[in-house]
Design a protein around this ligand. Structure first.
Ligand code: HEM
Length: 127
């Protein structure tokens, strides 16, 4: 018997992830500090992020089923990720938490903390 909920369940599963990702990427593509890195198709990056976040929060391992090990640090190495860019990424995410209503969920603080940890690890260039 399953007597615990994953963070994925706690935040409202697929529906919440979809809203969050929809609110997040338009901000990223419009951010002057981040936009030079995002030249690819916004629909494809949204699709990847929905799969990744689902898995990251303990939902079905959708990302790995298609792409293998997440290895996020390694996959970000081609991009110059400075401390400022990590800060801007997180700021866009914070706004997306608000727009999607996720900020009202008691589990959102834990989710955001985990994103802060991963964002810090992704930094690979000085300012
Ligand atoms: C710290 C600042 C970050 C920057 C500047 C950044 C930037 C990028 C860029 C430029 C791409 C490639 C976009 C493309 O293919 O068009 C990417 C891909 C991706 N990022 Fe980030 N990222 C950051 C942090 C994060 C964090 C914290 C996560 C997860 C919690 C994340 C998850 C992903 C995923 C899942 C992909 C798709 C990987 C793939 O190609 O399979 N990123 N990111």
């Amino acid at each position: 018997m399953k007597d615990f909920k994953t963070l994925f369940d706690e935040i409202g599963g697929t529906e919440t992830i979809e809203k969050l990702v929809e609110a997040f990427y338009p901000r990223v593509y419009e951010d002057p500090v981040l936009s030079p890195l995002f030249e690819g198709d916004i629909e494809e990056i949204k699709r990847k992020q929905r799969m990744f976040l689902t898995q990251f929060l303990g939902g079905p391992p959708l990302y790995s089923q298609e792409f293998g090990p997440p290895a996020m640090k390694q996959r970000h190495l081609p991009f110059e990720i400075t401390p400022l860019r990590a800060q801007r990424w997180l700021a866009c995410m914070k706004e997306a938490f608000k727009e999607s209503g996720l900020d009202q969920n008691p589990a959102s603080a834990l989710f955001y903390d985990r994103l802060m940890q991963v964002a810090a690890i992704m930094v690979n260039s000085p300012e």
